[in-house]
Design a binder for this molecule. Structure first.
Ligand code: SF4
Length: 384
């Protein structure tokens, strides 16, 4: 298949209701179970190792009108939390057997409990990921949380999750992540051949299929994209930062590129490419995954690193991608992103890296003001 055909399939899949994606997979596997993972990171390996399908749970995007969820949250709460709850009320996630949330922020913490209370018929688990990465007990603690999740799957669904199956699952997701890293590296090298919306749609689609299918798509893209005929343009190379949980509308990503940017790095769908290198597969797989969470994770506002200034990872990203500027893109009311914005801004200013901020909501549909702001920013850089 050509890259265009694959991207078309991916775009089509991403536009489908999550419950329909789950039901279709289950129709081919009677008795099969599906578990959806709220951002940022949930070990898809555990879900896969138990014989289930892991899916990304990323809110309602532009497709869901809030009719019930608004009444369960304060008005100053991000959109993804409300629309994720609304998916439940409108039966759009019917067919999904379990939901996993984690301690990325207070909103996600409450969302997990609200889900449990409103939908008692489904499995809901809340992962307490480590907050202190420098403690000597951190790896053992992370591994014990993962074991607790595995035990939850076993109790709820009667499935057995063996260490051998988990090791195999880590191996296959290592392959997926390696391919994704290769695709990101390709975009850094030749951004004119792979737009951000294309990369985003491809990556999001890989979070909706079994890893074998994801690898087939990613391999075909890595094979076909270098042959695309596209000349480099005079554009500003930027890094997007802050969109690790609620996802910006595709229209906003398109506007960035139309306004003169090459996005060469981003933190979209971060949890699905969470590790910077392969997770080792020797020894206890729970310990290996737990240790990787602590020592091999990408920098994120939702992971408490404690060893470096919050801007260090971002500045490193800018340098590695040969970017010129940063566009902070936090979701409206996203506390982790907005708290870090202050610290990251200070770090970028010390390093002399220009930046701007573009706040978004997943249901945002008009981009003209944003387009003007980005165009002005780009022109001030390119024609300085
Ligand atoms: S968008 Fe931000 S505030 Fe909202 S759930 Fe995600 S991390 Fe928390």
């Amino acid at each position: 298949m050509t890259p265009e055909q694959i991207l078309e399939q991916c775009r089509d899949l991403v536009g489908q209701p999550l419950g329909a994606v789950a039901e279709r997979w289950k129709a081919e596997r009677p008795g099969g179970r599906v578990v959806a993972a709220y951002p940022v990171w949930t070990p898809a390996e555990l879900v896969h190792a138990a014989g289930m399908l892991p899916l990304s749970l990323l809110g309602g995007g532009t497709s869901v009108e809030l009719t019930h969820a608004d009444a369960r949250f304060q008005s100053f709460v991000c959109s993804i939390a409300k629309s994720t709850l609304e998916l439940g009320f409108q039966d759009i996630v019917k067919g999904i057997d379990g939901f996993v949330f984690s301690n990325i922020c207070d909103v996600a913490r409450n969302l997990g409990s609200i889900y449990q209370r409103n939908f008692p018929g489904v499995f809901v688990e809340y992962l307490h990921l480590p907050q202190n990465s420098t403690s000597p007990g951190v790896t053992a603690y992370a591994a014990s949380e993962l074991r607790r999740l595995a035990a939850g799957f076993e109790t709820a669904f009667g499935l057995t999750l063996t260490e051998a199956a988990l090791t195999k699952a880590i191996e296959i997701y290592n392959v997926v992540r390696a391919r994704v890293r290769a695709l990101y590296a390709f975009r850094i090298a030749e951004p004119q051949k792979l737009s951000t919306t294309e990369l985003y749609v491809a990556l999001r689609a890989t979070t909706l299929v079994p890893p074998e299918q994801a690898i087939a798509w990613l391999d075909a893209l890595l094979d076909g994209l270098p042959r695309r005929d596209a000349r480099p343009r005079d554009r500003l190379r930027v890094v997007i930062e802050g969109a690790f949980c609620e996802q910006p509308p595709l229209g906003l990503l398109e506007v960035l590129e139309e306004a003169g940017c090459y996005v060469v790095e981003d933190d979209l769908l971060l949890g699905w490419r969470w590790f910077t290198s392969d997770v080792p597969t020797d020894g206890d797989p729970f310990e290996r995954l737990g240790a990787a969470y602590v020592n091999q994770s990408v920098p994120s506002s939702t992971r408490h690193e404690g060893r470096e200034h919050r801007s260090a990872g971002l500045i490193e990203k800018v340098r590695r991608a040969s970017a010129t500027a940063v566009i902070f893109m936090p979701a409206k009311f996203c506390e982790p992103a907005l708290f870090d914005y202050v610290l990251m801004k200070q770090g970028l200013e010390r390093a002399g890296i220009p930046h701007m901020i573009v706040e978004f909501e997943e249901k945002m549909w008009t981009f003209e003001r944003t387009r003007n702001e980005i165009e002005t920013f780009v022109e001030s850089m390119l024609f300085d």
